[in-house]
Design a protein around this ligand. Structure first.
Ligand SMILES: [Zn+2]
Length: 463
């Protein structure tokens, strides 16, 4: 059934949409070279620097003839620079901003089966920290910008590429926040394309090209228990570690209620037409808020579970100060990914209720940032849909809310409509962002390069 629908779609669309010309080999090689160079720069969020990535990209741009006047390098501190480059269009429309972050989550050699900062092509995959998050997109933005210039492409609006620092974990050196505050006119744009949406495949088969329109927001909590302590030879029942362990045990058994919103309803509705026939009925019901169907779909994959509810999970632990002392402190970080319409207060009150132990102090750790969802703009959604159709006939572009948070929330809060779209396809059960042996299929990288090249052209050409 699924195959028949796909074939029919392919037949009708091939006559409607122009074929996309294949990317010239030299352009693929350029993108690969930039990608490799970026992966091998250690830009770990807490121990590395993004400035060498910005400088490497600037060297490529200068070599391609971009004038210094159109290249900006700067940031919160010398090691955390951002790059902003402008390719001038006719100015008929306000600019488009192409964003990617250049810092990566830390990766330790001993945790990986290979060196995370050596770019490796093996068994049809590119391996290395940042291959998925987010250096593929950073490399492709630069390579494609160079290609537009080489081809003499004249967009109807400026194309701005910003490669920014410290998206992972935010913090004081976050490049998007810094640019908004200090160099806003450099990145002022009508619309922004960013990470956050990718292609989903199941068993190697492409099922959807996702467009992130909205995102969950992050709240970190610190659970802490303080205790007078004492000598471990004289234990008492009132123990800080046991209080904390009990709290975390209760948290581990708790789940937030299931629910949908406008974007996730559109997502599940689209998926109900393309997913495996055995779950289509349930997906359609989820789009209509059917509680029993939501239960089944949430159980089906961790991604759908995270789409349908706020989640909170313990991520870090500390406690005790000596082997032979009763602990005076036990603490944990609990990382929550909150649905856009759940409030911080609601999550805090829920956690307190679940933990139900007044020895356990529950506090929000750090600032909470959340932005409004972008509108599902016709021009953007149409360009994504038609480009997707032209490259992968029968694969729909699906609006979605992502589980992780991105820098898009700062831009949305600042009034720049931001869409997460990449065209890099990942198997739904093999998402390794932030994890060990991070990888991207070689074919997916080049397909994404072609997709983004064409998509940006469509969004910068008046027809
Ligand atoms: Zn990222």
């Amino acid at each position: 059934m699924l195959k028949r629908i796909m074939a029919a779609a392919a037949l009708t669309t091939s006559t409607v949409f122009a074929q996309i010309a294949p990317t010239p080999e030299a352009e693929k090689q350029l993108a690969r070279d930039i990608y490799k160079e970026m992966i091998e720069i250690k830009s770990g969020y807490s121990t590395g620097a993004t400035t060498p990535v910005a400088e490497a990209a600037a060297r490529r741009l200068r070599a391609a003839g971009f004038p210094d006047a159109d290249i900006f390098i700067g940031g919160a501190i010398p090691s955390k620079a951002n790059l902003v480059v402008r390719y001038h269009g006719t100015g008929a429309r306000r600019p488009i901003l192409l964003l990617a972050h250049t810092d990566v989550v830390e990766a330790k050699r001993e945790d990986w089966s290979m060196d995370p900062f050596t770019f490796v092509e093996k068994d049809g995959y590119f391996y290395g920290r940042g291959t998925g998050d987010d250096k593929a997109q950073a490399a492709v933005w630069i390579a494609n910008l160079i290609r537009y210039k080489r081809e003499g492409f004249r967009p109807d609006r400026d194309i701005i590429v910003a490669l920014t620092a410290d998206e992972e974990g935010g913090g004081p050196y976050n490049g998007v926040q810094w640019l908004l505050k200090n160099q806003r006119k450099l990145i002022e744009a009508d619309v922004c394309l960013n990470e956050g949406g990718w292609g989903e495949s199941v068993g190697g088969k492409r099922v959807s090209n996702d467009v992130q329109v909205s995102e969950k927001y992050v709240v970190n909590y610190r659970f802490s228990v303080k205790n007078a302590g004492g000598h471990s030879s004289l234990p008492v029942p009132d123990n800080a570690i046991y209080h904390l362990a009990g709290a975390l045990d209760r948290l581990s058994k708790f789940i937030f209620p299931l629910k949908t919103n406008k974007v996730t309803q559109a997502y599940f509705s689209a998926m109900s037409k393309i997913e495996d026939p055995s779950v289509r009925d349930d997906l359609a019901k989820v789009a209509n808020n059917d509680p029993a169907a939501m239960e089944r779909i949430a159980r089906a994959t961790t991604a759908w579970n995270a789409t349908l509810r706020t989640t909170c999970v313990a991520t870090q632990l500390e406690g005790g100060h000596a082997k032979n002392a009763l602990p005076q402190l036990a603490a944990a970080t609990v990382n929550c990914r909150v649905q856009p319409d759940d409030s911080v207060d609601y999550v805090t009150q829920t956690l307190k209720r679940i933990v139900a132990d007044d020895q356990v102090t529950i506090e929000v750790d750090g600032a909470v940032e959340s932005g409004p969802p972008s509108e599902m703009r016709d021009d953007v959604m149409t360009a994504v849909r038609t480009t997707t159709e032209a490259i992968w006939p029968g694969v729909p572009a699906v609006p979605m809310m992502v589980m992780g948070a991105t820098d898009g929330l700062y831009l949305r809060a600042a009034g720049i409509q931001t869409y997460g779209v990449q065209g890099f396809f990942y198997d739904r059960d093999d998402i390794r962002f932030h994890g060990r042996d991070e990888r991207l299929k070689v074919q997916s990288f080049y397909d994404g390069q072609a997709f983004l090249y064409e998509l940006v052209k469509r969004l910068t050409s008046t027809r």
